[in-house]
Design a protein around this ligand. Structure first.
Ligand code: PEP
Length: 249
């Protein structure tokens, strides 16, 4: 069985001092044989985190990546720049980017492509809003979001990580039940199976108010291969409890 993956999404939080302190505590508390662990830091801190975690079990990731390779794109950070700084992962298509920055399925697919081309693993986020769930459109929405990425990256789709993040559960304290999450993960797994014979090796993470109290139950589900953790990744004790649950699962 593959190891679970726990990825922290620090969002726009942190400072040089706070990052160093958080990482020191997390590194000190890692279990002997941990699951795969990553922290996705603001781009400006990727180099710092890479330095502080070098030679440890923690990998560094970014939270977004440009859809362009280089050139006149003020404010953008390319996948190869992130790779240069040590990033192994980059979140793409987080619901906050889709919602506040108008990112479309097509743009997210290009971002995943740019990350893959630079040797950075894209963590592709999909998820429905509350209105979409209540309208019975969950499966249609997540399948559409993932289809765009598969369509553009079919030949190397087994290299991605998928994160199912119901928008109504992100930062709200509301978590999908293990059954609700597993139902969607199974849909995503089946979709990946149609695209690649290697679908079983793809990590499908759950994200949305995963915490120390609910992690073990969620991670016990067949198709939940880890978690994308927002708020709880900023507190060493909570992040370590989730890592412990994933390492034991
Ligand atoms: C996220 O932002 O990816 C996330 C899952 O946030 P939270 O854990 O705070 O709900």
């Amino acid at each position: 069985m593959k190891k679970k993956l726990i990825a922290g999404n620090w969002k726009m939080n942190g400072s040089l001092a706070a990052n160093a302190s958080l990482l020191e505590q997390v590194l000190a508390g890692l279990p002997a044989d941990p699951c795969i662990v990553a922290v996705c830091a603001p781009a400006i801190y990727v180099q710092q985190v890479a330095g502080l975690t070098q030679g440890t079990a923690i990998a560094v990731g970014a939270q977004d990546v440009s859809a362009h390779d280089a050139g006149a794109y003020t404010g953008e950070v390319s996948a190869s720049m992130l790779r240069d700084l040590g990033a192994r992962y980059a979140i793409v298509g987080h619901s906050e980017r889709r919602q506040y920055h108008g990112e479309t399925d097509a743009l997210v697919a290009i971002k995943a492509q740019k990350a893959l081309a630079a040797g950075v693993t894209p963590v592709v986020c999909v998820g429905e809003t509350l209105a979409e769930r209540e309208a019975g459109r969950t499966e249609e929405v997540v399948r559409r979001q993932l289809a765009a990425v598969i369509h553009l990256n079919g030949h190397c789709i087994s290299e991605i990580v998928v994160a199912y993040e119901p928008v109504w559960a992100i930062g709200t304290g509301k978590t999908a039940s293990p059954e609700q999450a597993q139902e969607v993960h199974a849909v995503l797994r089946a979709q990946l199976q149609s695209a690649t014979p290697q679908a079983e090796r793809i990590h499908i993470l759950y994200g949305g108010s995963m915490n120390a109290a609910n992690a073990a139950q969620l991670l016990a589900e067949k198709d939940i291969d880890g978690g994308l953790i927002g708020g709880a990744s900023l507190k060493a004790v909570d992040f370590l409890a989730i890592i412990a649950a994933a390492s034991a699962a």
